[in-house]
Design a protein around this ligand. Structure first.
Ligand code: CU
Length: 125
């Protein structure tokens, strides 16, 4: 009679432990999906895509939501990944790609050279 509750508790913990191990295993093995929001703002008279640095792991599936808060179209280009978008005023767009190549990959507004961009840093797996 008294062994039954113990049996239940132990198998309960075992299930939790098993689930944690399975989750931990899949977490480490599969490429992750990384989502970021990148916003175009005017700061002291300078147009800037923020944040200025994004960090991902090589092989990650990257999803960027590009938001343009300003009154004219702006570009977002990551040449190394073949990304070249125009984001309309007060609008947003989403781009998806795989961060296949490690290293720093700059992003710019390709229609306004003074417009400040940033970099996506892809870490080696
Ligand atoms: Cu621009």
């Amino acid at each position: 009679m008294q062994n039954r509750p113990w049996g239940r508790v132990q198998s309960g913990w075992f299930s939790v432990l098993l689930a944690v191990l399975i989750l931990a295993g899949s977490h480490g093995a599969a490429a992750e999906s990384k989502k970021f929001t990148v916003i175009n703002v005017l700061l002291d008279g300078t147009k800037i895509w923020l944040p200025s640095t994004l960090v991902v792991q090589q092989g990650d599936e990257v999803e960027l939501t590009l938001i343009n808060k300003l009154d004219e179209p702006h570009g977002f280009k990551i040449e190394d990944f073949g990304i070249e978008e125009i984001v309309q005023p007060k609008a947003q767009t989403t781009v998806k790609f795989t961060a296949a190549r490690p290293g720093p990959h700059g992003y710019i507004c390709h229609i306004h050279p003074p417009h400040v961009g940033g970099q996506m840093l892809v870490l080696n797996k």
